[in-house]
Design a binder for this molecule. Structure first.
Ligand code: HXC
Length: 516
């Protein structure tokens, strides 16, 4: 056979792989509102940048008549390409081939690109759409999962790993995403569970729909297992493109710089009034963040979960930062179990990938309550404390109002290696709020005065005057600067610039033992 004929064979064989499980299954897949693996890749990557690897791989299973049905690619499209001209590796499971289920060879393809990504220092993106372990294969597919899990762990903190859940993902198909850095789901067409509604009905007799059990909003707002929810496949994929724009390709690089067209000296008059004078009136911390960051653009992570803490990426002078901010609009910004877990994981991601942290603080303390105590607020709150103290990236704090109690220590105080701390003039930095403090330290005195309201108010006012301000902390050097809120943006940019060459490290050890 001459070269022309050989090229024709290559073309025919290649084209055959494009059809996955065949036209009928593709039609059914589209009818469920989902795109095919290849259509997803076309949206995710820069046009024409995709190189496919292992497109002719087939499974080796001979049981259950499987030797009669070998589909090239074996249910997963793997390769590399670029997003905004930066290298990424990816795999996209093809639900039209054996329900995207994971066989020995399907797993080997994923393992291959994970190994390449780790060796060459670029992110791995997994587009998951899989019924889990290939049932016809048995233990080989379980071994394949374990091979992937091991690589997920080895790559953690070295290269970013991002998972999209774009269909029903059951069993083993959810544990690899769970180890990765971020999970993006698609509303109304993606599900994650270890065991589905049928099994639950049989074992525990509970009735639950798959949407309630493992839909995008369940995992975004209740379980906290997913950080993003897209309206459809396209929105989910575009979210991943933007998410990647804030992170370096690996832990040895700095995050990518974007040209900044916003005024570095921009003073924002609105900041004078966003934080109300009355300390009991809530406000939206996102308004403060928007007033400060480049182009007022923030990219929120875990938007629907633990809304009393806002975490987001943004840029200051074109440099990506990770922002952790108490949200006075929800639970008065108090830290609870979910917020502590949410914040801790984000801080560790930013620290692993050299993304400086900016903390906006307005926190009355840890949330009191039986539920919280029995739910383990001690060990979960300790996660945030541990993560903040452990982080060695530049860490800047802006105290907009309350910094009370243990939460003062946790929210990147100077004492746990915060690099620079600024406070608005209305900041209140003390062991606890004036009302609570007076109830405890003046209990006997108030009783002697018949617990009169007037006397109580006088004591509260006295405490507020003495402690509910930033100057005690400033006198001790715990706050570096008390600033005019209007100037927050230029002040923050200057502080970050000051820490640009920061070098800090933790003692050598196998690994720390963060309370899990
Ligand atoms: C082989 C599978 C499969 C699987 C689906 N298919 N899951 N083939 N192994 N795990 C095939 C179906 O036979 C069907 O083939 C096609 O994929 C589409 O499946 P449907 O059921 O028609 O689709 P749908 O109605 O959308 O339901 C999707 C689903 C369901 C919810 C994922 O298929 C399902 O429940 N599958 C089994 C899930 C499961 O229990 N997996 C094993 C988990 S245990 P045809 O030829 O008809 O198109 C596990 C252990 C690992 O993963 C643990 C590691 C820690």
């Amino acid at each position: 056979m001459g070269i022309e004929a050989k090229l024709r064979v290559l073309k025919e064989r290649s084209e055959a792989t494009e059809m996955g499980g065949g036209a009928a299954r593709i039609e059914k897949h589209h009818a469920s509102g989902r795109l095919t693996a290849r259509e997803r890749i076309a949206i995710l990557l820069d046009e024409g940048s995709f190189t496919e690897i292992d497109r002719f791989v087939v499974h080796r299973c001979t049981s259950f008549g499987m030797d009669q049905e070998k589909i090239p690619g074996d249910g997963v499209v793997c390769g590399f390409g670029t997003i905004e001209n930066r290298l990424v590796y990816l795999f996209a499971q093809d639900f039209t081939v054996f329900g995207g289920s994971l066989s020995e060879t399907h797993a080997a393809k994923i393992v291959k690109i994970m190994d390449m990504a780790l060796k060459n220092g670029a992110p791995v993106i997994g587009l998951n759409d899989s019924g889990g372990a290939r049932i016809q294969e048995g233990v080989q597919s379980l071994a394949g999962y374990a091979d992937i899990f091991l690589r997920n762990v080895q790559a953690s903190g070295v290269i970013p790993q991002i998972s999209a859940i774009m269909g029903p993902c059951a069993g083993g198909a959810v544990y690899s995403p769970a180890i990765t850095d971020f999970i993006c789901m698609v509303k109304n067409s993606s599900y994650m569970f270890i065991t589905g509604p049928e099994v639950i009905r049989t074992v525990t007799h509970e009735e639950v729909s798959k949407e309630e059990l493992g839909g995008a909003m369940t995992h975004n707002s209740i379980s906290g297992c997913a950080q993003f929810a897209g309206a459809d496949d396209e929105e989910c994929l575009l979210q991943i493109r933007e998410l990647l724009s804030f992170m370096p390709l690996n832990n040895m690089e700095e995050p990518p710089l974007k040209e900044c067209t916003d005024d570095l000296q921009r003073c924002e008059v609105s900041l004078k009034h966003i934080v109300p004078d009355n300390p009991n009136i809530p406000y939206d911390m996102k308004e403060v963040i928007r007033a400060v960051v480049d182009d007022s653009h923030l990219f929120e992570v875990h938007e629907h979960f633990a809304r009393n803490l806002v975490i987001c990426f943004a840029r200051l002078n074109g440099r990506p930062v990770g922002i952790v901010a108490n949200q006075p609009n929800v639970l008065a910004g108090a830290l609870d179990v979910d917020a502590s877990i949410k914040g801790a994981r984000f801080v560790r991601f930013c620290d692993a990938f050299n993304i400086p942290l900016v903390i906006f603080e307005d926190v009355p303390g840890f949330l009191p309550g039986v539920n919280q105590e029995l739910g383990g607020i001690i060990r979960h709150g300790a996660k945030l404390l541990y993560a903040m103290a452990e982080a060695t990236v530049p860490k800047i704090t802006v105290i907009t109002r309350k910094a009370y109690g243990g939460a003062y220590c946790v929210m990147n105080s100077r004492h746990i290696r915060g690099d620079y701390s600024m406070a608005f003039p209305a900041a209140e930095i003390a062991v606890m709020g004036p009302e609570g403090a007076v109830s405890i330290i003046h209990r006997a005195e108030m009783a002697r005065n018949g617990n009169s309201d007037g006397h109580r108010q006088a004591l509260v006012a006295d405490y507020r005057e003495k402690f509910a301000n930033p100057y005690n902390a400033a006198e001790l050097g715990y706050v570096d600067e008390v600033i005019d809120p209007v100037c927050t943006r230029p002040k923050l940019i200057r502080a970050l610039e000051m820490c640009r060459n920061k070098r800090d490290s933790n003692p050598p050890r196998k690994h720390g033992n963060i309370p899990l």
